[in-house]
Structures are given as structure tokens and as C-alpha cells.
Design a protein around this ligand. Structure first.
Ligand code: APR
Length: 232
């Protein structure tokens, strides 16, 4: 059985009603990235940053996983140890769709950690009415568990091993413009994987894509998954 690795981006959650970042009307059109998605921005105005992530957390709870998320859960059920899912998304929709083998490269809206003792706190256990939640262990300021620009993403060592071993690498709903995630397809290809993209527009790293499926992922992904797992 072939080893599959999937990387998803904001485009897979777009049809659930969550804005992407760089499409027209995207998140970065109305927010200054440095202000709300950088350690410097948090240091300068933690209240503003907390409000930004509390709003996004609340919105993530108000939407549902879509047919593309569910197709990947089905793929995981069939492939088990031969399937790994890496997501740049922090909305938790893959887990809510039932996916278990999810590596959240950029963190998660649903957790925070202490800026001093680094104790992790689920947001549902926090009093989000206060402007800046504080640590239940040491009382210091909490921050969203989001990998901001200039910070090191999670799981990079595990991901490097997965990219070397995989035989099929599928990238879904991402512009391919933010590294290191945008470079994963190149590594996979260099190690011999067949690379597939499912995306509404042509991603920046198209040069490393063997098979491009252009369109909405809720339409394209379910039949593509059927064709792959059906042939196993
Ligand atoms: N189906 C398939 N693809 C879609 C759909 C859809 N319904 N809607 C949008 N897309 C595609 C767009 O064409 C675009 O190429 O999804 C991509 C979204 O790109 P971005 O907005 O750049 O989001 P993403 O690639 O996930 O951003 C990467 O940048 O800001 C950081 O940390 C943030 O994880 C994020 C990272």
C-alpha cells in the first residue's frame, strides 16, 4: 500500500465559511499581519491580538467541517498508518471531521499557553470575557497557541521524515506562499513522491506539482479520494 501525506491550507475551510488569508476579502486584507500575527505585535498590544484570536476561535466553533474534510477522514480510515495529514490551519475542522492523524503545523485556535511557564490551557476552560487571560498555574499572561510569523512551526522533524518516505503528496487549498509548508511539496518530489494539488487557483509552487486539479475542493476531493482508495 502506498504512503500518502496530505498538506492542507485555508482553502479547504473556505467552503465551511472561514475566510482564507490572501484571496480577495481575505483575513490579511483587513488586518495588519505584523500587528496580529507576530511576537512583536503581541508584545505591543496583547489585548488587540487576543481579541483577534478570540473572534476567530468563536467563528471556528460556529462552522462545520465540509465534504473535503470528511473525504480526508475517509482516506485516513482506509489507509491508517499509510496516511498522514499536515495542516496549516488552526481552525480544528479536520479533528472535528474525525481525522485523528493531524499535525497542526501552525498551532491551534483552541489552546493558549503561558508566556512564562508555558503551561497549556484549552480556550474552552478560560474566562474569555477578560481581555487578556492569565495562567492558572503561575498567574502570568497567556498567549494564543498560534505559530506567528518569525516563529518555528511545530512537528518539523516528524514532517521531514514523512516527506522522505511518502509516495504520494497531496496539497489542498493553499497558495504555496508561506514557508516552510510551501517547500514540503519540493522535498516530497525530490524524494520521489508523485505530487498532486487541489486548489481554486494555481499555487505559487506549481512547478513541483505533477497533477493539478483546479477548482473547489468540496467538488474535486471526494471523487479523487474515491479513485485513490478504491484502487487500493
Ligand atoms: N477550494 C480549493 N481551494 C481554495 C478554495 C476552495 N473552495 N478557496 C480558496 N482556495 C485556495 C485559494 O485559491 C488559495 O490558493 O486556497 C488558497 C488559500 O491561500 P491562502 O489564503 O494564502 O492560505 P494558506 O495558503 O493556507 O496560507 C498559509 O499563511 O498567513 C499564514 O499562517 C497562515 O497558515 C497560513 C499560511
Amino acid at each position: 500500500m502506498k504512503k500518502y501525506v496530505v498538506l492542507t491550507g485555508a482553502g479547504i475551510s473556505a467552503e465551511s465559511g472561514i475566510k482564507t488569508f490572501r484571496d480577495s476579502g481575505g483575513l490579511w486584507e483587513n488586518h495588519d499581519v505584523q500587528q496580529v500575527a507576530s511576537p512583536e505585535g503581541f508584545q505591543k498590544d496583547p489585548k488587540l491580538v487576543w481579541q483577534f484570536y478570540k473572534d476567530r476561535f468563536a467563528q471556528s466553533l460556529s462552522v462545520q467541517p465540509n465534504a473535503a474534510h470528511l473525504a480526508l477522514k475517509k482516506m485516513e480510515d482506509k489507509l491508517q498508518d499509510n496516511f498522514h495529514l499536515i495542516t496549516q490551519n488552526v481552525d480544528g475542522l479536520h479533528s472535528r471531521a474525525g481525522s485523528k492523524r493531524v499535525l497542526e503545523l501552525h498551532g491551534s485556535l483552541s489552546t493558549a499557553f503561558c508566556t512564562v511557564c508555558r503551561a497549556s490551557h484549552p480556550l474552552i476552560e478560560l474566562d474569555l470575557s477578560c481581555e487578556i487571560p492569565s495562567c492558572k498555574k503561575c498567574g502570568n499572561m497567556l498567549r494564543p497557541d498560534i505559530v506567528w510569523f518569525g516563529e518555528i512551526p511545530y512537528f518539523l522533524y516528524e514532517i521531514e521524515q514523512l516527506l522522505k518516505d511518502c509516495e504520494v503528496f497531496i496539497v489542498i487549498g493553499t497558495s504555496g506562499s508561506v514557508y516552510p509548508a510551501a517547500g514540503f511539496v519540493m522535498t516530497a518530489k525530490l524524494f520521489g513522491a508523485h505530487t498532486i494539488a487541489v486548489n481554486l487557483s494555481r499555487p505559487d509552487n506549481l512547478g513541483f506539482i505533477d497533477e493539478m486539479h483546479q477548482g473547489h475542493c468540496t467538488e474535486l476531493l471526494p471523487p479523487l479520494v474515491e479513485s485513490m482508495i478504491g484502487s487500493l
